[in-house]
Design a protein around this ligand. Structure first.
Ligand SMILES: CC(C)(COP(=O)(O)OP(=O)(O)OC[C@H]1O[C@@H](n2cnc3c(N)ncnc32)[C@H](O)[C@@H]1OP(=O)(O)O)[C@@H](O)C(=O)NCCC(=O)NCCS
Length: 290
C-alpha cells in the first residue's frame, strides 16, 4: 500500500502499512499523546499485533494513523484513527478510513466514535447503534459488595477454550487471538457454578493504569461479581472500565468510586453477525477492540 493523497492536503502525503518497528510505534505514540490519549508504547504494540494499521506520512513524518481488527470473516472493529491536529480538516481522516475499509473487505465493522469522529464515520455509512461509557478512578469496593469468593476464581490457560467459546457467543465472531494476548498481559477470572463457567473477565495494564475488560456474563449480577474480584485485587490503583450503555452497571460503578469520565458512540457499517448468547458483553476489552 502506498498512495499519494488528496488534492486538499498541502504537501504530498503517502499512506503505508504500519509496521511493528520502533519508529512506527513511537510515531503512533506521539499521535495518540497529541490527541490527549494515554496509550503506552506497549498498548500500540499489542494493538498492531492483533490487527493491521495504516499510517499517513508527510516528508517522513507520521501525521495520521488508523487500525482495524478482523475477527474471522464476518466482523471487524476499527480504531486509533488519529490525524495530527495541524493536519485535520484536509481529507486525511477520509483517506485513512477508505484504506481501512479495503483491509476489512466485506466484514461488518464496529467502532466507537468520539464526538469529533462522528461526521467522518457517517459519511462512510456508519450508523449509531449504542453508547459506551468510560468509568475511571481509584476504585473502592463499596460496603457489602465484596465478592462471594467461592464463585470467582483466577483462571489459567486450561480455561481459554471455554472462555473463547463464551466470548464468541456474546460477540458473534471469534476473538481467540485477542483473548490469548490479553490473558498473557494480564489476568483472567471466571465465575463458576456447579462446575460450569458462567462468565469471564480480564484485567490488564493499559494506558495510565489497569483496565477491567472484557467482562462477559449472562447477567449483571455475575458481571458485578467479576468486576468486584478485580476491584478488590487492585484497590487504590487507577482503574478503567468501558461499559456498554445497556449494561445497567453505570450507577453501581459510580458507587464503587469509578465515576463516568467520558462517552463514545458505537457505530456499525454493514450487518452485525448474529449473537447466540446467553452471554453478553458488559464491559469492552477496549474502545478499539470492542
Ligand atoms: C476525527 C479525525 C480523525 C478526522 O480527521 P480529519 O483528517 O480532520 O478528517 P477529514 O478532513 O477527512 O474530514 C472528515 C469529515 O469530518 C469532519 N471533521 C473533521 N474534523 C472535525 C471536527 N473536529 N469536528 C467535526 N467534524 C470534523 C470534516 O468536516 C469532514 O466532514 P465533511 O466531509 O462532511 O466535511 C480527527 O479530527 C482526529 O484525529 N481527532 C482526534 C482523535 C479522534 O477523536 N479520532 C476519532 C476516534 S474514533
Amino acid at each position: 500500500m502506498n498512495s499519494t493523497l488528496s488534492p486538499k492536503a498541502r504537501l504530498p502525503v503517502t499512506l503505508r502499512q504500519m509496521t511493528d518497528s520502533l519508529h512506527d510505534l513511537e510515531s503512533a505514540l506521539q499521535l495518540s499523546r497529541g490527541a490527549g490519549w494515554t496509550y503506552r508504547l506497549e498498548d500500540w504494540r499489542i494493538a498492531l499485533l492483533l490487527g493491521e494499521g495504516v499510517l499517513a506520512e508527510e516528508s517522513g513524518q507520521v501525521i495520521g494513523s488508523a487500525l482495524c481488527w478482523p475477527y474471522g470473516d464476518a466482523l471487524a472493529t476499527c480504531g486509533s484513527i488519529i490525524v495530527a491536529p495541524a493536519m485535520q480538516g484536509r481529507g486525511l481522516g477520509r483517506a485513512l478510513l477508505a484504506q481501512l475499509l479495503q483491509l476489512t473487505g466485506e466484514r461488518a465493522i464496529l467502532l466507537n466514535s468520539t464526538a469529533e469522529g462522528m461526521r467522518l464515520y457517517q459519511a462512510f455509512g456508519f450508523k449509531p447503534v449504542g453508547t459506551v461509557h468510560q468509568h475511571m478512578g481509584r476504585g473502592r469496593v463499596a460496603a457489602g459488595q465484596h465478592e462471594t469468593d467461592h464463585q470467582v476464581r483466577r483462571a489459567g490457560p486450561e480455561d481459554l477454550q471455554v472462555v473463547t467459546a463464551m466470548d464468541q457467543r456474546a460477540v458473534g465472531a471469534t476473538r481467540h487471538r485477542m483473548i490469548a494476548a490479553l490473558f498473557k498481559s494480564g489476568s483472567l477470572a471466571v465465575i463458576e457454578r456447579n462446575g460450569n463457567v458462567q462468565g469471564y473477565a480480564i484485567c490488564r495494564p493499559f494506558g495510565s493504569g489497569q483496565v477491567i475488560g472484557p467482562v462477559v456474563a449472562t447477567g449483571a449480577e455475575d458481571a458485578k461479581t467479576l468486576i468486584t474480584h478485580f476491584l478488590t485485587a487492585n484497590e487504590g490503583q487507577n482503574l478503567r472500565i468501558d461499559i456498554d450503555g445497556d449494561s445497567g452497571l453505570g450507577s453501581w460503578l459510580i458507587a464503587q468510586d469509578l465515576p463516568e469520565v467520558g462517552q463514545v458512540t458505537t457505530m456499525i457499517r454493514g450487518e452485525r453477525p448474529p449473537v447466540s448468547g446467553p452471554e453478553r458483553i458488559f464491559a469492552l476489552a477496549s474502545q478499539s477492540f470492542g
